[in-house]
Ligand binder design. Structure first.
Ligand SMILES: Cc1cc2nc3c(=O)[nH]c(=O)nc-3n(C[C@H](O)[C@H](O)[C@H](O)COP(=O)(O)OP(=O)(O)OC[C@H]3O[C@@H](n4cnc5c(N)ncnc54)[C@H](O)[C@@H]3O)c2cc1C
Length: 465
């Protein structure tokens, strides 16, 4: 039986990054996956969805803003199949890259479904039903998460779908209902709306992107209304049924009982960790009541030698968080210097139009904690680069400690704000103050000037507004 220092179950962004780091640290490493390298993120999540969103951005400009930019055409044809093909190419390219990385770092790749046979032994069954066992001093669980669907809603892959069908289908629905206004819901709303699909988003909580700062939700609702996306927030879905031709949904909330019909419904209400078919209970590994694997700040479970990273830990179900956990986990196993992750300060990015990006406390959270804060806000309407791009909805908002100017959080909605996040997360990590960010000269004209201006605003001396 082959013996390893580290065996990782799951080759998503948590698992494969952890494998590279383990191998770099001289640990004999293997990674197991039952279907692909790159996990949900590279195959059917982050990467292909962002390719579709790029198509959506261009489609929206051509369909709705041609006159403004001086483009005219007699017959505009939008071929969505080509958009999906392009998204598959982006995905394939990256997943092949993961294979290359495994080879380059001498990580053994084993394809098959993995399960604990003992604390230090994993059994792997491939698609032909052949089973082998391997041993390892350390076993890292990085098996990700799957869409949460209430049992009464029957996903048939045709009329009632999850992100998986939504990302792979080459034909657009004639009309759609999106259930859930989290990141996945609002991203698909952006894609489908850009291609002219009429739709309604239904959300149980009172606002779009309910975990973001209140003002972000209001701004996004305004932008979606402008794009003629119907939103029904504060409404809980009571029933969802498919028929031969489409779906019927009933929801109740502030507007009473609402009945909706559409060709397709996308269920995007959340994820649950893939922790149930690994034999964890038999090994005594502790799970939370939501089925996530409990870990400490080292990424260790309650069983020494058994570790967990990524979505399966239910911390923040984001690819970059999983990758960061993977690196910390490998470094703890190797016993080298590492860091403790501050989940509250992790960047969060949503690629709807306009984009949303944030980290840290919202204004309300800071107030609820009794903190004395100052808030600096700057609108993209007053930013030269945004005006040139013709993309100036939204703003940057920085929440800082009132006395010392320490950054407690930042919330942005607008053009390419996901690319602006790292400046502020680095500043927060390096304990820079709003006064120091304001003093950092930013090139003109750039979208990043909005960060400097918001920092000036927090200091009480806005320049360009
Ligand atoms: C449509 C969509 C868009 C998204 N966009 C973003 C985004 O823009 N940014 C972002 O940060 N996040 C995004 N996410 C979330 C992101 O995809 C996840 O946070 C990320 O994939 C989690 O990584 P992971 O390594 O924990 O798990 P996964 O990527 O889910 O990988 C887990 C792997 O484990 C394997 N596996 C599971 N069980 C077993 C087993 N028993 N044996 C062997 N292998 C097993 C699976 O095959 C899979 O490859 C998106 C998700 C979706 C669905």
């Amino acid at each position: 039986m082959e013996n390893y220092d580290v065996v990782i179950i799951g080759a998503g962004p948590a698992g494969y990054v952890c494998a590279v780091r383990s191998a770099q640290l001289g640990l004999k490493t293997a990674i197991i996956d039952k279907q692909w390298l790159g996990g949900v993120c590279l195959n059917v999540g982050c990467v292909p969805s962002k390719a579709l969103l790029r198509n959506a951005e261009i489609a929206h400009i051509l369909r709705e803003r041609g006159r403004e930019f001086g483009f005219s055409f007699d017959n505009l044809t939008l071929d969505y199949e080509v958009a999906v093909k392009r998204s598959r190419q982006a995905s394939d390219r990256l997943t092949k890259g993961v294979g290359f990385l495994m080879k380059k770092n001498n990580v053994a790749v084993l394809m098959g479904s993995a399960k604990f046979a003992a604390r230090d032994t994993i059994s792997i069954t491939d698609t032909d039903g052949k089973t082998i066992e391997i041993k390892s001093k350390n076993i890292i669980i990085a098996t990700g998460a799957q869409t949460m669907v209430p049992p009464a809603w029957k996903v048939d892959g045709k009329h009632i779908i999850t992100y998986l069908e939504a990302i792979l289908q080459t034909k657009l629905p004639e009309s759609a209902i999106i259930i859930g206004a989290g990141a996945i819901g609002v991203e698909f709303a952006t894609i489908w709306n850009s291609y002219g699909v009429p739709m309604t988003i239904v959300e149980m909580l009172p606002r779009l992107l309910p975990l973001e700062d209140d003002e972000v939700s209001t701004e996004l609702a305004r932008a979606f209304a402008k794009r003629k996306i119907t939103t029904l927030v504060g409404h809980k879905v009571d029933s969802l049924e498919a028929s031969e031709t489409g779906v019927t949904l009933q929801a109740s909330g502030d507007k009473g009982v609402v009945s909706l019909k559409a060709a397709q419904a996308l269920v995007a209400i959340g994820f649950r960790p893939n922790s149930h078919e690994l034999g964890l209970v038999e090994q005594g590994v502790k799970l939370t009541d939501k089925g996530a694997i409990e870990i400490d700040e080292r990424m260790s479970t309650n069983i020494p030698g058994t570790w967990a990273i990524g979505d399966v830990t239910g911390k923040l179900m984001l690819a970059h968080v999983g990758s960061a956990q993977g690196i910390v986990c490998a470094e703890n196993i190797a016993g080298v210097e590492t860091v403790q992750l501050n989940y509250e300060m992790m960047p969060r990015a949503t690629y709807c139009q306009p984009q949303v990006a944030s980290f840290g406390l919202t204004e309300n959270q800071a107030k609820e904690r009794g903190m004395e804060i100052k808030v600096g806000k700057f609108p993209f309407q007053a930013n030269g680069k945004a005006l040139g791009l013709g993309d100036y909805a939204g703003w940057v908002k920085i929440i800082a400690d009132a006395k010392y100017g320490e950054i407690l959080g930042a919330h942005m909605i607008g053009p390419e704000v996901t690319e602006l996040l790292p400046e502020l997360t680095s500043a927060q990590m390096m304990e820079l103050t709003t006064s120091e960010i304001a003093r950092n000269v930013h090139a003109h004209p750039t979208l990043s000037e909005a960060l400097m201006e918001a920092a000036h605003a927090a200091e009480g001396h806005s320049i360009n507004i």
